[in-house]
Design a protein around this ligand. Structure first.
Ligand code: ADP
Ligand code: MG
Length: 703
């Protein structure tokens, strides 16, 4: 990324407004007016062939007429002449174009949009948009947009894919008391995208927190990489989490891989903090922009009321920072600042008698104590206390404590006076919320931020000695047969090329051959139909397990053939698979999709009803570390089953994590070949005893 160019685009010292207009109400007029009214200190050059003067500013007939350097051009002319404007700007040496005009890829005009980018790049120019509101920056007093005014001042910057939402947020900042330094509308993201803005904002001195409103990334991996490198907290609100998953797919993974789950995984890997909704985006942004990360798990809650204390306790557990009792010495000290009936455990209940002094003393002591990593202060309005005074007491105590590297959030429950006190707190750098769970949720975001920085998600599991050639040979053969799916046997050969343990199997073309193979492999056995048209073998009565002798082999052979023909008369039957029967184990499923946004992505879950009914699965974008694989295993609801419940031995977690990593490596290595795959079930045994892939499926990409 060329920083000078990006600076020119997002914090220009001079702007041309192409399509500037003298007619009030036109966007080309509004933009000039906004620049003037925001007291922009840079040069403003309206451009319009038919005007000489707009709002008292000299209007140029062409860009080339402008007698000085132009950093950015804000383009508002109709879509069909935008390309000409870009060429003119390129010739002039403009660094970036903020294209407000719509009517490009969002209405199907993709080629025209691509042409804009190609042309801009040929001049070393970057494009923001098209189809955007513009750029607003408080620190540059720059309202290069058609949004009516600059947002409330703040130290976070927002990047929004939706223009209308950005305008709404702009106005809402005043009502909510949550400000921003910059609002950047990125619209169609034809060129500058989330990754570019994250990278740039991470270097922007005026931005402490990066907030994103996302409808969809274009290149998911690029965003993950940019976010991983960023030092500042990034919070994202993802819209449209319910849409995508509907498409029925041939494999489990396809139907389970709703957009939400993959974005969830990508956010985790990227270290992007999740916002649940718009309110949550505001609330968490406030905390992330005002307070330091919470570097440990010890959260202390101070309160003057039991009720809000309990609500905070519930929230703490829900948001991943469960409360622990404070150590004895902390309790003993805190006891001195409350009546006999107070509680010094955690939450620390100072009782309704708590006035400014008790709050100040306990806040100061707590934040200084090494055990405390973060502090939530709760207050319920009472008749005897003054909300604003208490707020001032809290702030003074924090200041006097000298502690700057531990976060504090506050919640007031009360009326007008409490509102006023909370506004005062926010203005003085302390995030304050109207409900205890919001204050806890906000501090949990600061804990997440610290955890993200501790976890190095860029680490990748070591790869083994894989035989890609062998895998490709199997795939090539299937392609030559004109097939888009591998048989179980073939899929397992690919798995084996990536060193995953599979159940040994052979294909029998006749009943006698099945008997012969059975002897070689040894009882007990499993027999299965081999047909490219029957992907879900059990559904066709195509699987027989626990076959113990020759008679059973013969009858299974006949039965499976009969069932398959009844199921699909024209199915192409390659034979019957004779397979080693693996001992009983815990059934888990591995799956992969080649996601349009993120590329090869791996799913993990427990098999059977856990996946079928409960959809208890989790995802990661490949590749990832073994630690991530272990994290996947720990984060599903059924995790205790792997750890061993009711006296059962724990499963072989290490072997499983290893296999998940190998699987991730396989789907990444074969990304050009595989569209979806799964291993269902994988049978996992006791610790030290490994696992076996009992069934495998693989769908090929169309070529
Ligand atoms: P499907 O195509 O229906 O998924 P599978 O090959 O998964 O067929 O077989 C169905 C079930 O049979 C599996 O879920 C598993 O419980 C059992 N099974 C299949 N193969 C084996 C094997 N080699 N050893 C033990 N159990 C097996
Ligand atoms: Mg199966």
């Amino acid at each position: 990324m060329d920083n000078k160019v990006m600076n020119g685009l997002l914090t220009p010292k001079s702007v041309a407004i192409i399509g500037a207009s003298a007619t009030p109400g036109k966007i080309g007029h509004t933009v000039v007016k906004n620049l003037v009214e925001s007291n922009y200190a840079g040069k403003i050059y309206p451009v319009n062939p038919k005007s000489d003067d707009i709002l008292g500013l000299k209007c140029y007939h062409t860009v080339s007429e402008i007698p000085a350097q132009v950093d950015a051009a804000i383009i508002t002319v109709p879509a069909k002449i935008v390309l000409d404007s870009i060429k003119e700007c390129g010739e002039k040496g403009v660094k970036g174009a903020i294209i407000i005009t719509s009517g490009f890829s969002e209405v199907g005009e993709k080629a025209l949009e691509e042409e804009l980018v190609k042309t801009a790049h040929s001049y070393g120019m970057r494009i923001l948009g098209p189809n955007i509101v513009g750029v607003l920056s408080n620190s540059d007093k720059f309202n290069g947009s058609f949004a009516p005014f600059l947002p409330l001042k703040g130290s976070s910057s927002l990047v929004s894919q939706s223009g209308a939402l950005l305008i709404g947020i702009d106005a809402a900042t005043y009502l909510r008391g949550v400000g921003f330094d910059k609002l950047i509308s990125i619209g169609n993201m034809s060129d500058v995208d989330f990754a570019d803005t994250i990278e740039w904002l991470d270097m922007d001195e005026k931005t402490k927190c990066i907030s994103l409103y996302i409808e969809g990334f274009k290149q998911g991996r690029k965003v993950i990489e940019a976010a991983q490198k960023a030092k500042k907290p990034i919070i994202g609100l993802k819209a449209g989490v319910s849409a995508h998953g509907a498409a029925a797919a041939a494999s489990h993974t396809g139907s389970l891989a709703g957009a939400s789950k993959i974005y969830d995984a990508a956010f985790k890997q990227a270290g992007i903090i999740w916002a649940n909704d718009l309110n949550n985006l505001f609330d968490r942004t406030l905390a992330l922009s005002l307070q330091p990360p919470m570097k440990g798990d010890n959260l202390l809650v101070l309160t003057n009321g039991g009720g809000v204390g309990v609500l905070a306790t519930d929230a703490a557990e829900k948001y991943g920072v469960p409360l622990k009792f404070a150590p004895e010495d902390v309790q003993a000290e805190l006891k001195k600042h409350m009546p006999e009936f107070g509680s010094a455990k955690n939450p620390v209940d100072l009782t309704g008698m708590a006035g400014t002094e008790w709050y100040s003393e306990t806040v100061k002591y707590s934040i200084q104590h090494p055990w405390v990593d973060g502090l939530v202060v709760l207050y319920c309005e009472t008749a005897m206390t003054n909300p604003l005074e208490i707020a001032q007491g809290i702030q003074k105590a924090l200041q006097e404590s000298g502690i700057k590297d531990k976060p504090v959030t506050v919640s007031y429950v009360g009326g007008e006076k409490s509102e006023e006190a909370m506004r005062w707190l926010v203005e003085n750098g302390i995030p304050a919320y109207g409900a205890p769970d919001l204050a806890v949720n906000a501090i949990a975001a600061l804990r997440e931020f610290a955890r993200n920085k501790e976890n190095n998600h860029t680490e990748i599991a070591e790869t083994g000695n894989f035989d890609k050639k062998a895998a490709l040979a199997v795939i090539e053969k299937a392609r030559q047969d004109g097939r888009s799916a591998l048989t179980e046997m073939e899929a397992k050969q690919v798995f084996e090329a990536y060193q995953m343990p599979v159940t040994h199997s052979r294909v029998a073309k006749s009943e006698d051959e099945a008997v012969k193979l059975a002897k070689e492999i040894g009882y007990p056995l499993v027999m299965k139909i081999v047909s490219p048209q029957i992907l879900h073998k059990s559904d066709a009565g195509g699987v027989k397990v626990n076959i113990k002798d020759e008679a059973a082999v013969r009858s299974a052979y006949q039965q499976i053939l009969k069932n398959a023909k009844a199921y699909k008369a024209d199915a192409d039957i390659h034979g019957i698979l004779v397979q080693e029967m693996a001992p009983m184990g815990t059934e888990v499923i591995l799956g992969s999709v080649n996601d349009a946004t993120f590329g090869p992505t791996v799913m993990f879950g427990l098999g059977g009803i856990f996946v079928e009914v409960l959809k208890d699965v989790t995802f990661r974008v490949a590749p990832f570390s073994k630690k991530q694989a272990l994290e996947m295993m720990a984060e599903i609801k059924g995790a205790p089953i792997l750890r061993g419940v009711r006296g059962e031995q724990p499963r072989d977690m290490d072997a499983l994590a290893d296999t998940i990593c190998k699987y991730a490596h396989m789907v990444l290595d074969l990304a050009d070949e595989i569209s979806e795959s799964d291993a269902n079930p994988v049978l996992v045994y006791e610790q030290g005893k490994g696992l076996k892939v009992a069934d495998a499926r693989m769908l090929l990409k169309k070529k």
